[in-house]
Ligand binder design. Structure first.
Ligand code: AFP
Length: 337
């Protein structure tokens, strides 16, 4: 059997050669992110053992405090990324304010935003969770100083790279540098991410829908009608869509991207802005899905065009196969007229 030697690191550095002016800094950043992903993956795989060696927040058998996994993931990412000299500032879903690069490290031209462990309410029950990241170029002068909130509050269209890591039946690292979407599976035997999903394209037609139907009574009437439509075989001469909802955005979108589907977290009467965060969840996933040939909107507007006003702002999201997003947009529009 031929051995696959297309590691993530090789893919990143070979990709860089296509851009003659590239300095290699973005490649270094992605490589550093992949190291953090391996450390987090190892810890996620040990999560069940916390019950045996000590609960998070309590002392373990060595008398040390056991960190909650989302805090561990946040700290791992920060420590893996703070010293390379390529970043001027970071922001994490886990922290209210921006994360400054320590004084003793040099500052660079990039900005990193991340959600260290999305779907963390699933950790204790062995369900897939994920890390999401997004990279921008700084907008403040690259003069050796630290970045500011202004560097972080850029519309998703300005992302130079985005990606996610799913910690599931295996660990998969998916990324884009606006040149297609590629997925790499972690081989635990020798600790390398190997190319497993080359140039991913989301099927144009969907067969799966993912939404928390427990919130049905709070939905917009247009959304209720759309969901009825995709459940109704006769309407379209096609089989009804299958419902699949993990409650872990990364895993739900990863599956839908491979099989064809739509993921929805709408605005409703309970959550007028939806639940998911623009900067940490929606923008990076929107760039990836668009790069894979799909669409992502907030109901009427393209997610990537939203001008952020706040680091932790929430937005509704309809994301996935083009045909499905076009259709739900039509239903929402009709009901608004
Ligand atoms: P947690 O990180 O609190 O588990 O939230 C996960 C999440 O942000 C996203 O990954 C899910 O798609 C969504 O929330 C699930 O929300 P509901 O539980 O309201 O369906």
């Amino acid at each position: 059997m031929a051995i696959n030697f297309m590691t993530l690191t090789r893919h990143i550095y070979e990709g860089e050669k296509r851009y003659p002016g590239a300095t290699g800094e973005l490649s270094d950043l992605l490589h550093e992110l992949s190291l953090a992903a391996k450390v987090i993956s190892l810890e996620v795989n040990k999560a069940g053992l916390v019950d045996i060696i000590g609960f998070a927040g309590h002392d373990n058998i060595h008398g040390e405090k056991v960190k909650k996994l989302d805090v561990f993931a946040h700290e791992t990412l920060f420590k893996a990324m703070d010293h390379g000299g390529h970043l001027c500032v970071m922001a994490s879903e886990e922290e209210e304010d921006i994360l400054r690069i320590p004084d003793y490290h040099s500052k660079g031209k990039y900005v990193l935003l991340f959600d260290p462990l999305d779907g963390s309410s699933n950790i204790d029950v062995n369900v897939s969770i994920g890390t999401i990241f997004s990279i921008y170029r700084r907008v403040t002068p690259n003069d050796g100083s630290g970045g500011t909130l202004e560097d972080c509050l850029q519309p998703g269209l300005k992302q130079v790279a985005a990606g996610y890591i799913v910690y599931g039946s295996s660990t998969i690292f998916v990324y884009t540098v606006r040149d297609g979407v590629h997925g790499f599976t972690l081989d635990p035997a020798f600790g390398e991410f190997l190319l497993s999903h080359k140039n991913i394209k989301i099927p144009e037609k969907a067969s799966i829908y993912s939404i928390n139907e427990g919130n049905y009574k709070y939905w917009h009437p247009g959304l209720k009608k759309y969901i009825k439509y995709i459940q109704d075989a006769d309407n379209r001469g096609r089989k009804p869509y299958t419902s699949r909802y993990i409650g872990s955005m990364v895993a739900d979108i990863h599956r839908n991207m491979l099989y064809g589907g739509i993921f929805i977290y709408p605005a409703d009467n309970l959550n007028p802005d939806g639940k998911l965060r623009l900067m940490y969840e929606c923008n990076p996933m929107a760039l990836i899905i668009e790069q894979a040939g799909g669409r992502a909107i907030d109901g009427s507007k393209r997610i990537l065009e939203i001008q952020p006003t706040n680091l932790h702002q929430r937005v509704p999201i309809y994301i996935g196969s083009k045909e499905a997003v076009d259709k739900v947009e039509e239903y929402l529009k009709q009901e608004n007229q």
